[in-house]
Design a protein around this ligand. Structure first.
Ligand code: 5AD
Ligand code: SF4
Length: 468
């Protein structure tokens, strides 16, 4: 919506003027600090928030003692909430030293009325609260807070609006994430996401392709297409477009060398998608395919709409079409009613699929979701014990998969100087595995051939191939 983005440009301008006055008064630039919790969606939202803050004139700081601090929160599991409140306390002391400091909270946690109330009543030093549906309004909310010096709360229950064309700030210049859809309609019974991110809304393919073309012009080589369930992309569009069709369109953009996407729901993964992936040299050889449980009985209770057998059939098709594909997953342990037999089935699927890696989670009760009121909640000690066993098996399959490519030469996108050893460059293979290798930092941003000399479990130590 052009009108909304111009409205926000207007507020960016207004805030910039206020900030310039403040800079003159203090004789320094004003800083911001961002703390993001949760998934790639939240990190993408933070890029947009940072873009707005930088357009206003804030300079990014590594210290939390900044003039504007925001927490972009996650609520998918309970420990995410605990971490946020744990950290928030320290901000209070910084604010005492710098009374002009502004503190904002946004993201999924703020979509929950109880959490909003908690911030309102307990964390009274928080100045601005907004949600997942109106991040584009940051400049307007900030302006209101600066002018009125009052606390600003603005959380929307839902929206049909998709506001684009506002500034965005990327940390890595040659990699970018692109939202293709927002929200989720699946209502898996354990999951709070559909309640805090709202109904599924797809962006128009021409807008997505336009953004990717612009990114390519800016020098981006790798893009990550983001959605809670990318395989159901396009269902809400007037001119229906499937995710497979969208991928083909994006694959035609010159300059983009690698395409990734996340997350795929097994129930909607089509043969067409597998075909498009297999026939494209740009689409990375990696799929993140959340299993959640290997037991068809539990999958039904989770409202996942696939069985163990259907999932394994997908894995088979993917491996036939792309023998070198890496498959990763999400698994929940301790879902209500999970028996030892159910859990054994999960272990079997992990072994049969031979995952390259897996995110494993202890089931966390989220109030308002159907699973929260299910009987037979699994005792903590039982869930923990299963979790440890699962981790072991996942570690074994990951190491086995990793070992497979030892000695091969593969193309690596060189991403950054290694944090621990500055003589090494860290990059990623098409299959998303990490590789550390000795090279001059000038290779960063390039795709170079690397010999995978040693498989170290979850990463490789490599050597630049002579023609790199
Ligand atoms: N408890 C544990 N894990 C959860 N996830 C989502 N909701 C819950 C919950 N209530 C996990 C799922 C999902 C990932 C993003 O988070 O595995 O795929
Ligand atoms: Fe949550 Fe299921 Fe939607 Fe993923 S697909 S966000 S797990 S409801």
């Amino acid at each position: 919506m052009k009108t909304e983005s111009s409205r926000q440009e207007y507020y960016i301008d207004k805030c910039r003027k206020l900030l310039e006055d403040k800079e003159r008064e203090l004789g320094r630039k004003l800083t911001y600090y961002d703390q993001t919790f949760g998934c790639q969606m939240n990190f993408k939202d933070s890029e947009k928030l940072n873009g707005i803050l930088e357009a206003i004139g804030y300079v990014r700081s590594k210290s939390e003692e900044a003039d504007f601090v925001y927490y972009n929160t996650c609520t998918v599991r309970e420990n995410a909430n605990i971490r946020v409140y744990g950290r928030l306390g320290t901000l209070k002391t910084y604010k005492k030293k710098n009374p002009d400091m502004l503190i904002a909270m946004c993201g999924c946690m703020m979509q929950e009325p109880e959490e909003q109330e908690k911030v309102k009543n307990t964390f009274t030093f928080v100045d601005i609260v907004f949600g997942t549906h109106n991040i584009f309004k940051l400049a307007q909310l900030l302006y209101e807070a600066l002018i009125t010096r009052k606390r600003v709360f603005d959380v929307w229950e839902g929206t049909d609006e998709i506001v684009e064309d506002l500034p965005s700030h990327r940390k890595i210049s040659f990699k970018a994430a692109v939202n293709i859809m927002y929200g989720c309609n699946n209502f898996c019974t354990y999951c709070i996401v559909p309640y805090v991110r709202g109904r599924e809304r797809s962006r128009k393919p021409e807008d997505i392709v336009g953004e990717v073309e612009q990114l390519a012009r800016e020098g981006v080589k790798e893009i990550m297409l983001l959605g809670q369930n990318v395989n159901s992309y396009g269902k809400t569009l007037e001119n229906r477009t499937t995710f497979a069709q969208l991928l083909s369109m994006v694959g035609k953009v010159d300059g983009i060398e690698r395409i990734r996407f996340m997350t795929s729901h097994p129930k909607d993964l089509s043969d067409d998608l597998i075909k498009v992936m297999a026939s494209s040299s740009k689409i990375c050889r990696h799929i993140h395919l959340p299993l959640q449980s290997g037991s068809s009985r539990l999958l039904q209770k989770m409202n996942r709409h696939y069985t163990r057998e259907q999932y394994m059939e997908l894995v088979r098709k993917l491996r036939v079409a792309m023998p070198d594909i890496a498959i990763t997953t999400d698994i929940i342990v301790g879902f209500p009613g999970e028996t030892e037999e159910d859990f054994q089935e999960t272990l079997e699927v992990v072994q049969e699929t031979a995952y390259d890696s897996a995110f494993t989670f202890l089931y966390s009760k989220r109030s308002g979701t159907p699973a929260a009121s299910m009987e037979d909640q699994v005792p903590d000690d039982v869930a923990h014990e299963r979790f440890d066993r699962l981790l072991k098996v996942v570690g074994e399959t990951a190491r086995k998969q990793n070992k497979k490519h030892e000695g091969e030469t593969a193309l690596v996108l060189a991403e950054e100087v290694n944090e621990r050893d500055s003589s090494l460059i860290t990059g990623r293979l098409s299959n998303n595995n990490v590789v550390h290798f000795k090279a001059d930092p000038c290779v960063i941003g390039r795709i170079v051939p690397v010999v995978l000399e040693e498989a170290c479990g979850f990463y490789y130590l490599g050597r630049l191939a002579s023609d790199g």
